[in-house]
Write a protein that binds this ligand. Structure first.
Ligand SMILES: Nc1ncnc2c1ncn2[C@@H]1O[C@H](COP(=O)(O)OP(=O)(O)OP(=O)(O)O)[C@@H](O)[C@H]1O
Ligand SMILES: [Mg+2]
Length: 281
């Protein structure tokens, strides 16, 4: 893979490819990674192009069908990505950063968003030279969007009020978007303590609680226990980056109906939410 044959130019263009929150997440994560990779200095380039793809094209991560795309390119002149990292970098929680420095969720989130928008990713990197991430997104209305079609087939909410709790603000926003798209009425909290306070102020306000597990002060399962004390019939769904027998056991002990793996995308969340609500009725 050569970096030199993917030189970017500064063409700018606007077209609808997805919602602003999702696109913001993609750009922020790629730029943050590039900046981290260049801690001793370097050049970060961000560019957008309109590109017409006349025939199927295979990328490093996905395939493009013929249509009009927006190509967003983020490149850096950092150390490049060695093959062992390249293989696993899109996995949730894979990070080469030290404890407390990175969650390893950045690229897995980028991957989910791009897949949701019917796009694909191309990574070109050379150790010692740098890295280029090209995000290809079909321009709205220009392509068959297979994933969007499945989203339409997923079970949908009917305006049920869902409390979302996650200490990571960006993940709260992402979950809010996803749930709103599925027909729910989400309200996000980035503090479990604030969430508990809101719940105790009005235990009938919400139809379901969707909470992260790992949070400061009050973990998801602790929050679930308190909420259940206030209202024993409320369905609670837990989300966590890891799923293990221990967590499942702890979750069920406090009345959680399902444990979902982060990051959440519509495909993975629609069924469990509908199931939890149906069981709670
Ligand atoms: N531009 C880049 N240059 C070199 N390595 C990269 C680059 N982008 C990603 N990586 C590697 O891929 C790994 C995974 O990236 P990812 O964004 O998923 O997690 P992270 O950056 O480690 O943590 P977080 O995004 O949660 O802060 C990084 O730890 C890093 O090793
Ligand atoms: Mg990152």
């Amino acid at each position: 893979m050569g970096v030199e044959n993917l030189v970017v130019d500064g063409q700018r263009d606007a077209a609808v490819v997805g919602d602003a929150t999702q696109l913001h997440q993609v750009v922020m994560n790629l730029c943050t990674n590039a900046a981290h990779a260049m801690e001793h200095g370097g050049v970060l380039t961000v560019a957008i192009h309109h590109v017409e793809i006349p025939e199927r094209r295979l990328l490093s991560h996905g395939t493009l069908s013929p249509c009009l795309y927006i190509r967003l390119v983020v490149s850096d002149t950092g150390p490049g990505i060695p093959p062992t990292v390249l293989e696993r970098m899109f996995d949730p929680f894979f990070t080469t950063k030290g404890a407390g420095e990175g969650t390893g969720l950045g690229l897995s989130l980028v991957h989910s968003i791009v897949a949701d928008l019917g796009g694909a990713i191309d990574v070109a990197t050379k150790v010692g030279e740098g890295t280029i991430f090209a995000i290809w997104l079909p321009v709205a209305g220009q392509a068959a969007r297979p994933v969007a079609e499945t989203v339409r087939d997923l079970p949908r909410g009917n305006g049920e009020a869902v409390m979302i709790v996650d200490d990571e603000r960006s993940l709260v926003m992402f979950a809010e978007e996803t749930l709103a798209e599925l027909g729910y009425e989400p309200t996000g909290f980035d503090s479990s303590v604030d969430a508990l306070q809101a719940f105790s102020a009005d235990p009938r306000r919400f139809d379901l609680v969707l909470t992260d597990e790992t949070m400061p002060d009050l973990s998801g399962t602790e929050l679930a226990r308190e909420i259940r004390r206030l209202r024993p019939d409320i369905p609670i769904v837990l989300m966590s980056g890891y799923s293990g027998a221990q967590l499942t056991e702890r979750a069920h002990a406090v009345g959680v109906s399902d444990v979902l793996r982060k990051p959440l995308v519509s495909r993975n969340i629609a069924e469990p939410l509908a199931r939890a609500l149906a069981a709670g009725r």
